[in-house]
Design a protein around this ligand. Sequence first.
Ligand SMILES: NC(=O)c1ccc[n+]([C@@H]2O[C@H](COP(=O)([O-])OP(=O)(O)OC[C@H]3O[C@@H](n4cnc5c(N)ncnc54)[C@H](O)[C@@H]3O)[C@@H](O)[C@H]2O)c1
Length: 447
Amino acid sequence: MNLTVVGTGYVGLVSGACFAEMGNRVYCVDVDEKKISGLKQGKLPIYEPGLEPMVLRNYEEGRLQFTTQLAEAMTDSNIYFIAVGTPPGEDGSADLKYVQAVAREIGQLMTEYCVIVDKSTVPVGTADLVRETVNTELAKRNLQLDFDVVSNPEFLKEGAAIEDFMKPDRIVVGSDSEKARELMRQLYAPFNRNHERTMFMGVRDAEMTKYAANSMLATKISFINEISNLCELMGVDVENVRRGIGSDSRIGFSFIYPGCGYGGSCFPKDVQALIRMAQDVDFVPQLLLSVEQRNREQKKWFTRRLSERFGTDLSGLVFGVWGLSFKPGTDDMREAPAKTLLTDLISAGAKVLAYDPVAMETAERELPAEWFASGVLKLVANQYEALQGVDAMLLVTEWKPFRNPDLAAMGRSMKQKLIFDGRNQYDPDYIRAEGFDYFGVGRLADG
Ligand SMILES: NC(=O)c1ccc[n+]([C@@H]2O[C@H](COP(=O)([O-])OP(=O)(O)OC[C@H]3O[C@@H](n4cnc5c(N)ncnc54)[C@H](O)[C@@H]3O)[C@@H](O)[C@H]2O)c1
């Protein structure tokens, strides 16, 4: 099949590459000329395990093409995926300006029946908005063309995006058109060989499913973080509680890791957007408001612990930060807890040495230039260099190389043997036996 994917970010590039891998011919379109010219030279704009060889292979074999011109892509295909960003607007609602821009362009260019697929995460009712936008453009051209708008939200996880796309738990397709459903059935057939994963439903049902899924996962995280706060105050080790509840098959072990808060391009914005959707229909989403508030406070976990230890003025102190991306396996720093931490450390007068296995370029690009210029933040070449003369090590992202570090080397480098473990990666007894002071999330302070 011939497809066009508009928006070549995490979702667009992964979807485009995976559809091409299944033998389809895919045009990936983006307005970002630098991104497209980089891709044409084999340079990927993001880090995602397994993505580079798949993109290069399909590009070389002619199944995957890149362009900044939607018109060029549209001559060949009649399925258009919209995979552009839907960032939070000022009031927290999803900003649909990029989605609408694509819908307008499709309406200006289409010449025959097509299926427009919303793959971006968009609020309930967006498919209707896309339909209206396209129809307005068609009317300007005095044209009446048949087309369908389908909701096909994406559930991939950064860091495991290829695996998730190739072997999804489910493929949600919202559509009331049999013609469109049939096209989607054909397109996704290769992903359903093992067993049928596609779930057809109404368009609005599909739109809500994506928000409900992310809000449920965010709720689990905020729930365990809430319990971890109680544990800290009540002399309980949350890690034992986590194991105790996770073993209940009704609860399960996933997404109940206590930590320094969730980040990323999805959970924070999607919870906020669902809150806005609820408020728009005069409903008070009490649970979601608390999930959001708990997470905002949890991102201050380091700041609270550090001020208990050092006071609120951190001048003259140096901290070593391990991990900058919002989670392991990605270079994405959108809404990363590390950003909150660095802001708090630097505004309290501290200096920081930081290291991340893949997010260093993102950090250089996204963190304030004055931090680098003034020397309050230095990005260093490896995890041990980030501990030279520091007053504490702060573990923010649980990358694998941080899991079993060389404690003797750490102890020799650090000015104070002190670890704040924002992801509960270490065994407190073992770390303390090596002469370190250790603080974990929701864990006993004195061993
Ligand atoms: N990142 C994830 O893990 C993930 C997972 C599931 C769903 N989503 C959703 O998918 C959508 C895309 O997210 P992302 O992380 O891939 O975003 P992204 O910011 O990585 O990529 C979006 C791309 O769209 C491009 N773009 C903007 N306007 C355009 C236009 N008019 N024409 C062509 N290209 C245009 C941008 O230049 C950018 O490259 C969002 O709605 C997001 O919530 C993301």
